[in-house]
Write a protein that binds this ligand. Structure first.
Ligand SMILES: [Zn+2]
Length: 223
């Protein structure tokens, strides 16, 4: 899942408009960034099974990025980092920390919905969960599209961005949705797991940078 996480980031961005929504999007995508970095480092692995061209489902061993225990830990790290770095004192600081931790953890919940039972509860040898909605790919992509549209409908009305930036953020979200649909249906298999990890990393960084840039303060305008 890719675009669906952006939808959740947008929805959470509505709950705290003083924070750049790109930060919520980054938090919602964070576990995948960790995954692909760890694959490149050889700490986690992805395999392209023989039926990948028809299923578009890789097989993952990813206890440190996508284990339930790890997801709780990464959420706590993100929440703590937000609490320390967010400038405003008092309850809003705690609220931002809680929302960012929620964004990180939401990734695990959405992935558990679509992945086959391959998300470990703790270490690699622990029980694995996953509801496997990707076995019904049209339904999975419909759910993902609904999450993106809901996220946009929640965030865009009432946000403080210019019309141009609203449009660009909407287009970015929809482009990622199209990218997700193509990737899970008709895209050819990547040449190797490593190539898949490198290109996924690059795309994630690009999308997060674009979202943060589009939703950030305008040049010359007060933040
Ligand atoms: Zn993931």
């Amino acid at each position: 899942m890719f675009a669906g996480h952006i939808g959740v980031g947008l929805a959470l961005g509505r709950a705290e408009r003083r924070v750049n929504v790109g930060v919520f999007i980054a938090a919602a995508l964070f576990l995948d960034l960790v995954l692909w970095l760890f694959v490149l480092l050889g700490w986690e692995s992805v395999t392209l099974p023989a039926d990948f061209a028809s299923t578009h489902q890789a097989e993952f061993v990813f206890p440190y990025s996508h284990g339930l225990l790890a997801a709780v830990g990464w959420s706590a790290v993100a929440g703590s980092a937000a609490f320390v770095s967010y400038g405003r004192p008092g309850s809003s600081r705690l609220r931002v920390a809680g929302l960012l931790a929620t964004a990180v953890f939401s990734h695990w919940l959405l992935d558990a919905l679509v992945h086959r039972p391959e998300l470990p509860l703790a270490g690699a040898d622990s029980p694995q969960v996953g509801l496997g909605l990707w076995h019904d790919m049209p339904a999975a992509l419909l759910v993902e599209a609904i999450i993106v549209v809901l996220g946009l409908c929640l965030f865009i009305p009432g946000c403080r961005l210019s019309r141009g930036r609203r449009a660009a953020l909407t287009v970015l979200s929809l482009v990622v949705l199209v990218f997700t649909v193509v990737g899970m249906t008709i895209a050819p298999p990547p040449p190797s797991p490593r190539a898949m990890a490198a290109s996924s990393c690059a795309v994630l960084v690009l999308v997060v940078a674009l979202a943060c840039g589009l939703a950030g303060p305008s040049r010359g305008a007060p933040a």
